[in-house]
Design a binder for this molecule. Sequence first.
Ligand SMILES: [Zn+2]
Ligand SMILES: [Zn+2]
Length: 208
Amino acid sequence: MTAVAPQRVVVGSLDTNCWIVRAEGARQALLVDPGDEAERVLAAVAGLDVTAIVLTHTHYDHVLGVAPVAAALGVPVLGHAEEEAVWRHELAHLAEHGHFDAGTATDELLAEGRPPRPTAELWSGDLDGHLTDGQVLQVGPLRVEVLHTPGHTPGGVSLSADGHVFTGDTLFPGGSKRLTSSKDLTGLGELRIPRTGPPETSGGPVSL
Ligand SMILES: [Zn+2]
Ligand SMILES: [Zn+2]
């Protein structure tokens, strides 16, 4: 099995994880959730061949860097079709309240004088490709499987590669599983995800 060499860039006001997912030693990479600080994200992928941007979901803290990063790299933006409505909600909230909806953290950010607002040109919300459960993204030698993991948002996806699962906010401290610390994940062991059908019926590998 090809070993994955994940690299994390923590970005934005909510310390969101942006992941660079590639096989050890390979140039081809997926860029997951460029949530803010486009210049730092671009610096982190300099010298790599990013084949696509993948959004685990479209809460603003996972999306604010998408427009400048996609423009600079010229690569498609992929996500689950149901996330287009989530981003539309974020834009409507911004239009109505002058800032994004950060859920339970909203009041805290406002009190700290850090209302969540656009930091760059905003993403249009148009996905260049829709991800479905069981889909395989071939990233150089690395096989990355898409898992539809709704709960945090309807179109949330996780990415599985070489025993690593990149979950976006499907699992996070204080999140829907009521984790209080990342240590709570240590004993989690196997993650069981209900499927609508066997993965082999969900489409073959997609080369990016
Ligand atoms: Zn989220
Ligand atoms: Zn988040």
